[in-house]
Each structure stands twice: as C-alpha cells, then as structure tokens.
Design a protein. Structure first.
Length: 236
C-alpha cells in the first residue's frame, strides 16, 4: 500500500462545509484518499465537534470514504452507530474502550474498518496482540481535542516501534499518524513508518488543497522509499 492522505475536516470552514468536502477531491486525478472526521464529546477530550447526524450527512455528499476518529467516552456503546451511519473506517481510543477486541469485531461486523487510537503517552507494546483484530493503528502526535497543535517529535520512536510490530505481524494493518502533520513534519512521519497521514491545517489553510495534498504525498512517498531502501540494505 502506498501513502494515503486523509485531510481533517476539523480545520475546514464549517460555514462552507459542502464546498470544503468537495475541495479535497474534485473531479480528475489527485486529491484525498479519505476524509478524516473528528468526533469529540467534551468528556474524553475538552471539546465538542461533530456527531452522528453530521456523519450521516457527510456520508451522503463526500467524494471519498469517511475515516471517523472517535474521541468519546463509552465507544463500546456508540462506535458501531458510526459504521452504520456510513463511515468506512471507525477509530476508537483504547484508553476509553472497555472491551477493545469485542468493539473492533463489532465495527467489522457493521461493515467498517476497525481502528484503534493511542494518546501520545500511551505505550503501544501492550496492544501488539490486538493487531489481528484491527485494520488500523492510530498514533496521536498531539494531545487529542484541538486542531492546529504543534507536532510532538517525542512520539516518533513509538511510530517506529509500531511499524516494527506491524511488520512482524505481517497483516494488512495501516499505521496512521494524526496531529501536526505538515510539509515540515511529513517526511519524519513517513520515515518512521506511517502510511496513513492525517493533515488538517496543512490542507485546508492552503490556497490549493489538492496541491497541498499532492505535495504531502510526494514528500511522504520519497521518505518511505528511502526507509525501505535502507531496510533492504540492512538485511543484505
């Protein structure tokens, strides 16, 4: 799988939401692979954003599949509703889930990809055995709750460890990074092993969102290729 880019709607102009959704994947080549939708409940994180009804509306107009990131309490109860509302991928926070394996299976049964997210300070190693149950592992590179935060380089070693875990597992688990991804940080993220990148302000505050997406993709692809070449050389 190549690099995938998922612009975060959190950075969009909500007074022009339909136009902003269309702007990241117009007719023709190029543009976003996914639309990242942040759902916050003012409990798990100190902010409120979009909810289930908005996700249903977005699913009806989006030109790319929805990637819903649930920053909410009790995802065991609520997350499957987002799959049923039309999200193609639903990510819950492991810190909030009571039964992450059962929840991941419920999401898959509802027809969505199952993602599991970790806050910056949450260690990834205790969850290695859960890799067969999920389709994506999301590592936050900012504290969840607000867009536009500065990228936390301290998380990069965890990204590299997660990449090694996924490679050992050998399954088709995507490694997503969310938080502060920009033209200044995307190469570090991809070099560490991420292949699904969430970018908010870097896309939606750009004069040309599609050009910004393709710029991020090009830098990330080059960095990932260099990483792959170095790994192959190390194995010789």
């Amino acid at each position: 799988m190549g690099i995938q880019i998922a612009p975060s709607l959190l950075a969009a102009d909500f007074t022009r939401i339909a136009d902003e959704v269309a702007a990241i994947r117009p007719a023709g080549p190029g543009g976003a692979d996914w639309l990242h939708v942040d759902v916050m409940d003012n409990h798990f994180v100190p902010n409120i954003t979009l909810g289930l009804q908005m996700v249903q509306a977005l699913a009806a107009i989006a030109t790319v599949p929805l990637d819903c990131h649930l920053m909410i309490d009790d995802p065991d109860r609520h997350a499957p509703d987002y799959a049923q509302a039309g999200a193609a991928s639903v990510t819950f926070h492991v810190e909030a889930a009571a039964a992450p394996v059962r929840l991941a299976r419920a999401l898959r049964a509802a027809g969505a990809r199952a993602g599991m997210a970790l806050r910056p300070a949450t260690a990834v190693e205790p969850y290695e055995d859960l890799l067969p149950e999920i389709d994506m592992l999301l590592l936050m590179t900012v504290e969840p709750g607000f867009g536009g935060q500065a990228f936390l380089d301290v998380v990069l070693p965890k990204v590299r460890r997660a990449r090694s875990m996924i490679d050992r597992f050998g399954g088709q688990v995507w490694l997503q990074v969310d938080g502060g991804v920009s033209m200044d940080t995307v190469e570090r993220v991809a070099a560490a092993g991420a292949d699904m990148l969430v970018a908010g302000t870097a896309v939606y505050r750009a004069a040309d969102p599609v050009a910004a997406i393709e710029g991020l993709r090009a830098l990330a692809t080059d960095a990932a290729t260099r990483r792959g070449t170095l790994e192959a050389q190390d194995q010789q």
